[in-house]
Design a protein around this ligand. Structure first.
Ligand SMILES: C[S@@+](CC[C@H](N)C(=O)[O-])C[C@H]1O[C@@H](n2cnc3c(N)ncnc32)[C@H](O)[C@@H]1O
Length: 358
């Protein structure tokens, strides 16, 4: 039975489910979840991410990590952690940039936090035996400082959705329509088994507000870790840098938006990263966090234009392609403005570009 049919049967028996449960089943159901069974990243797959646009992305994150490590006092060993490493391209490019300082490479213990079996295999094919794999951050041993990077991980963590109705706020749920297909519905907040989120703002009828306890919990876990062992975490994702209403649930297959309710397990499912909540959760846990930069601000400040020029001089036949890649990463109409970058740090650390963190 397909995941869609199993979800329908479950809902027919037990009633509607919240968006987070639906989201998690679609991505991680052990038999049929997208990441469990058929994640397909890249130009020929379902979606493309910044490390797959150009090697420049991972290289500049490598330069950032190297400078951060220097500001940490060049600890050896330290844990170089990537969460949600996809096909391993970012870590591969990061480590290549790390060759600028052999001591950095020698000190780095590479840990990959990955839940997807098929993606672990792709990471191993690219990165060899150097990394160690775990399924959760708390399985990375403590006792040494950490530099963590995660690109497009927060958007894989589910959000609850709330809809303003005439009678007040209600939670968006997934039930069955009259035709037996999955359909969005509403459940009064008093009837939800979960607590209402603390802050639902003023909004007109039909307004949608998202709240992701899972994203905030990850920020809090990372912050606790940084408080104990020291270091910094760089989180990059598409999302909001100020509280903002809107429905951002999106299913992508073969680079096209598709209906999430008919493609369970067949498409990647995302919501926007909620950076204000992520930063707030990290600060509440005692870490420093912010400011929230755009990807363009971050990459331009790290010198991506100079790197593009160097690459183009080495390969004049590829100059146009490199210029297109640069524009894709930093162009305002492309990834430059929609994608944001936040850094969470131990209180005693000021990593490059995030010296004003509070
Ligand atoms: C959108 S892909 C991004 C891949 C890569 N970072 C890149 O930029 O190309 C999301 C990644 O996060 C992983 N992932 C999804 N949910 C996760 C979770 N709850 N814990 C750890 N990794 C997760 C996926 O398996 C995948 O590696």
């Amino acid at each position: 039975m397909s995941l869609l049919d199993r979800l329908k049967a479950q809902i027919a028996q037990d009633g509607p489910i919240g968006v987070p449960e639906f989201f998690t089943r679609c991505l991680h159901d052990p038999r049929d979840g997208y990441y469990a069974i058929r994640p397909d990243l890249g130009a020929g797959g379902d979606f493309i991410t910044a490390p797959l646009v150009s090697q420049m992305f991972g290289e500049l994150i490598g330069v950032w990590a190297l400078e951060t490590w220097t500001r940490m006092g060049r600890p050896a060993p330290f844990r170089l952690v990537e969460m949600g490493p996809g096909d391993g391209a970012l870590m591969s490019d990061l480590l290549r940039a790390g060759r600028l300082d052999p001591d950095f490479l020698a000190a780095a213990e590479v840990w990959l936090v990955e839940v997807s079996g098929p993606l672990r295999a792709r990471q191993a094919a690219r990165l060899g035996e150097r990394p160690r794999w775990v399924g959760r951050l708390d399985e990375v041993p403590g006792g040494a400082p950490m530099i963590l990077v995660a690109n497009e991980l927060l958007d894989c963590l589910p959000a609850r959705q709330f809809v303003r109705t005439k009678e007040g706020w209600a939670e968006r749920v997934i039930g069955l329509g009259e035709d037996g297909a999955l359909a969005f519905g509403l459940r009064g907040l008093g009837k939800s088994p979960d607590a209402a989120p603390p802050h639902l703002p003023e909004a007109g009828e039909g307004g949608i507000w998202e709240s992701s306890p899972a994203q905030a919990a990850l920020a809090s876990d990372i912050a606790h870790r940084l408080l104990v062992d020291g270091g910094a975490a760089l989180l990059i994702d598409y999302g909001r840098d100020a509280p903002e209403a809107g429905d951002t649930l999106q299913a992508i297959r073969n680079h096209q938006k598709v209906d999430p309710l008919t493609t369970a397990g067949l498409a990647d499912l995302t919501v926007w990263a909620d950076f204000p909540s992520v930063v707030a959760a990290a600060r509440e846990a005692g870490a420093k966090a912010g400011p929230i930069l755009t990807q363009a601000q971050f990459l331009l400040a790290l010198g991506i234009e100079a790197r593009a020029q160097t690459l183009a001089s080495a390969r004049p036949d590829r100059a146009e392609q490199i210029a297109r890649q640069l524009d894709r990463l930093v162009g305002k109409a492309q990834m430059g403005a929609l994608f944001k970058v936040a850094c969470l740090t131990a209180p005693d650390l000021s990593p490059p570009l995030f010296e004003d963190a509070t």
